[in-house]
Design a binder for this molecule. Sequence first.
Ligand SMILES: [Zn+2]
Length: 114
Amino acid sequence: MSNLEVIKKKLMLRKEELENDLSTLYRERVTQDTVQDPADQALASALEDIKISLHNTRLDEYKMILKALEMINDGTYGICIVCNKPISEKRLMLFPNSARCLLCQENMEEDQNN
Ligand SMILES: [Zn+2]
């Protein structure tokens, strides 16, 4: 199996995990409408906030994985979206859905910290 196939397999597995998580989170949100007590309601809405942010984080990752799988199929996977240079296979094995090379990732993180 080539490295790309290994990466693709990792992405597919993670995609399945995320699909399960997302549908669980979604189901829990739908069934929570029956709470009556105000204290329970406050707690429920706090939990709801956590779930929504969890849901969004998962959803973001899910979208990145879909994008990565799309790029594998297109043959454009593994190219940095910033500098157009190939991303090292070592990095892709560790972070299969990375769209930037290490250098551009570091630059971006530095910008965010400033
Ligand atoms: Zn780059």
